[in-house]
Design a binder for this molecule. Structure first.
Ligand code: FNR
Ligand code: 531
Length: 353
């Protein structure tokens, strides 16, 4: 099944293999560079069905690090269009993950230590969040967003979607996972608001549903829209969990979302996450079976046989890989013979496979 095509609305993926979004921390002022062209382009050459950009900031203050990719200004579109054109020339599909880091914004990139950056270190203030609750003891205290700021951020997602369309992307994924802004509204661990955006499930899911509805308005009917969620906070008690994720997925399906990309974690710095091969596939399975929406499985998927089993047992409709694709951009070309399928290299490489 891994090499079977998948059609969603007017877009046909050549296979079920997705390059998961991966921060490259390689932009200046949000601009894509030759690094992004080669990084993403080579994975399209390698045979992936869908290649996602990293989390791409919808506004400058929504970056995780100063070096994040962005699409908050029209000037970002040109180089992004060069990348989508190349990806599509390879028979792959270009996707973009639209993101806002919320209270986890303004941090140094991993090889610079990951720490929060003050304004004189290249960071910025304020950090936006549902409530004035820092991610951990060493993180800055964010500002609880006003109604105006909620409107601003929602519009930033819409404008970003317009730019993404102009840049040639065929799939947009809204990042509502990993403890970033939209996930922060979902989880009672980070959202203690008492207005229309806090408290009940309906209120905590309001922002992600408003963003999805607003983006769906400008994202063409013919193009798929994904949402990445953290299916659970991995925290007992009053936190975000799988039952709520199933409920949210059902609502998002009705709101015009085509696929739920099922990750987990990111809200609590102390949560014990039982990481292991395919440790999140059960979330994709439960959501897929109980709501009928397409799902993506991600997390420690590395072998062709493992990926095939996930699809063949109905746990998900696509498999996403991040680290394995860093180790091997040509993973699909190497996986095909392992699953008794002919690899489809680009013509110039034909004699090597
Ligand atoms: C990530 N991950 C990630 N997730 C996301 O939703 N947006 C992103 O921009 C990033 N950035 C990122 C950078 C790097 C270097 C890594 C390793 C990971 C998470 C990633 O997409 C994936 O969900 C996890 O890495 C688990 O999948 P793997 O790596 O086990 O295949
Ligand atoms: C890794 C991560 C995975 C799952 C839960 C929390 C964190 N992160 C996520 C990335 C940035 C770098 C690594 C994003 O989602 C942007």
């Amino acid at each position: 099944m891994l090499f079977q095509p998948l059609s969603m609305r007017g877009v046909a993926l050549r296979n079920r293999i997705v390059v998961s979004p991966m921060c490259q921390y390689s932009s200046a002022d949000g601009f894509a560079s030759d690094w992004h062209l080669v990084h993403l382009g080579s994975r399209a050459v390698g045979g992936a069905g869908l290649v996602f950009t990293e989390a791409t900031a919808v506004e400058a203050r929504g970056r995780i690090s100063p070096q994040d990719l962005g699409i908050w200004q029209d000037a970002h579109i040109d180089m992004l269009r060069r990348i989508t054109t190349f990806i599509h020339e390879q028979g792959s599909v270009a996707g973009i993950q639209l993101a806002h880091a919320g209270r986890k914004a303004s941090t140094a990139r991993p090889w610079d230590g990951n720490a929060a950056l003050t304004p004189d270190q290249g960071g910025w203030r304020p950090l936006l969040a549902p409530s004035a609750i820092p991610f951990d003891a060493s993180a800055p205290i964010p500002e609880a967003m006003t109604a105006d700021q909620i409107r601003e951020v929602t519009d930033a997602f819409v404008q970003a979607a317009r730019r993404a369309l102009d840049a040639g992307f065929k799939v947009a994924e809204i990042h509502a996972a990993h403890g970033y802004l939209l996930h922060e509204f979902l989880s009672p661990l980070s959202n203690t608001r008492t207005d229309l955006y806090g408290g009940s499930f309906e209120n905590r899911t309001r922002l992600v549903r408003d963003v999805v509805a607003a983006v769906r308005q400008v994202w063409p009917e013919s193009l798929p829209l994904f949402v990445r969620i953290s299916a659970t906070d991995w925290v007992a008690g009053d936190a975000w969990d799988l039952e709520q994720s199933i409920q949210l997925a059902r609502l998002l399906k009705a709101d015009g979302v085509d696929l739920i990309d099922c990750s987990s974690g990111g809200t609590s710095p102390t949560a014990k996450v039982p990481v292991g091969p395919g440790y999140q596939t059960a979330f994709a399975e439960r959501i897929r079976r109980e709501t009928g929406i397409l799902t993506g499985a991600v997390g420690m998927i590395t072998s062709p046989e493992q990926a095939e089993t996930i699809l063949a047992t109905g746990q998900a409709d696509v498999v996403s890989m991040a680290r394995e694709f860093l180790r091997d951009p040509y993973w699909p070309l190497h996986a095909a013979p392992r699953l008794h399928t002919k690899p489809a290299p680009p013509p110039p490489y034909g004699r090597a496979f």
